[in-house]
Design a protein. Structure first.
Length: 306
């Protein structure tokens, strides 16, 4: 009998290491490194490497090897989407291994930069540093070397325009969305997840309302290719590569759950009663336990007005 036809080859990662890290192409110049805790966005070109977020504690050496092995070019720019440890713990390692051109970063007032430009919103630096004489939450080498305080910051690197869009008081108070305009890819940090319900870090300036507003700027720059599929790709802080339809579904899910919790709270139900009513039951199979999300919504909806 004739041999069966060969199976179609599965999509291949640019690199795969024995310890579970994979550098996977997204589109254009942009890839995503999976397996180092939070997703790490990697832009590669003739000028070098730009990374968005730097992974969880204990993954720095493996993360750096996974990025540099296939590219062979230095890390020039690091962008932090927010302050959480699973997104900034590799800053120190990349600061030692990377290098900006000539050692001076634009906008850094002529101060020599030994490593790459490490860019974040100023509130990220404020939460990683401390007043003189006080212990800082993060070592100095991990701090951003370049910050901005407005609504956005613009870069041009590897032949591509890149926009950093600050989303105030959302997941935290220092979140940024990173939009690679030529590659048509958005790196969303933890403003968008495919692995769980939204997380509101109130201790670091996050609010429920800000987190609900955050998907809208993503949707303003995403354009589907056909039938709401493909087109602009979105890299979440955790989970699979997504597109506009996924962000719409995530936003709508969060809005529906919020409205249900608000309605139950207005009827005078306690937090335990609201949880027992299972206002997120139809989404739990996909997103897991909603308890923290429900708690955040309930606290904000029952907070006494000032």
């Amino acid at each position: 009998p004739a041999a069966p036809p060969p199976r179609a080859a599965a999509p291949q990662a640019v690199s795969a290491s024995d310890d579970g890290l994979h550098l996977v192409p997204v589109q254009g110049n942009v890839h995503v490194l999976i397996g180092a805790g939070a997703n790490i966005t990697v832009q590669v070109g003739d000028e070098g490497v730009l990374v968005v977020d730097t992974g969880a504690p204990g993954t720095s050496d493996r993360m750096l090897a996974a990025i540099q092995q296939p590219t062979g070019t230095p890390v020039r720019i690091v962008i932090n989407t927010h302050v959480h440890a699973d997104h900034v713990s590799g800053n120190e390692a990349l600061s030692r291994a990377g290098q900006w051109f000539g050692g001076n970063a634009p906008g850094n007032f002529g101060i020599p930069v030994a490593g790459p430009r490490v860019i974040a919103h100023e509130r990220v630096l404020g939460r990683m540093s401390a007043p003189t004489g006080s212990p800082a939450p993060a070592p100095f080498a991990a701090w951003p070397s370049e910050t901005f305080f407005g609504a956005d910051k613009e870069l041009f690197f590897n032949g591509e325009a890149i926009q950093l869009l600050h989303q105030p008081s959302a997941h935290t108070d220092g979140d940024v969305i990173v939009f690679f305009r030529k590659s048509d890819v958005v790196s969303a940090g933890d403003l968008f997840l495919t692995t769980g319900y939204p997380i509101v870090d109130t201790e670091r300036g996050g609010t429920v309302q800000g987190l609900f507003d955050a998907p809208n700027p993503i949707l303003e720059v995403t354009i589907p290719k056909a039938k709401q599929e493909a087109g602009t790709y979105v890299i979440p802080g955790h989970g699979r590569i997504a597109d506009e339809a996924d962000v719409v579904e995530y936003r709508d899910m969060a809005t529906i759950v919020r409205d249900r919790v608000h309605d139950l709270a207005k009827k005078g139900q306690t937090l335990d009663q609201v949880k027992a009513a299972s206002p997120a039951l139809d989404y739990d199979g996909r997103y897991g336990s909603p308890d923290r999300f429900i708690e955040a919504i309930y606290r904000e909806s029952t907070r006494a007005p000032r």
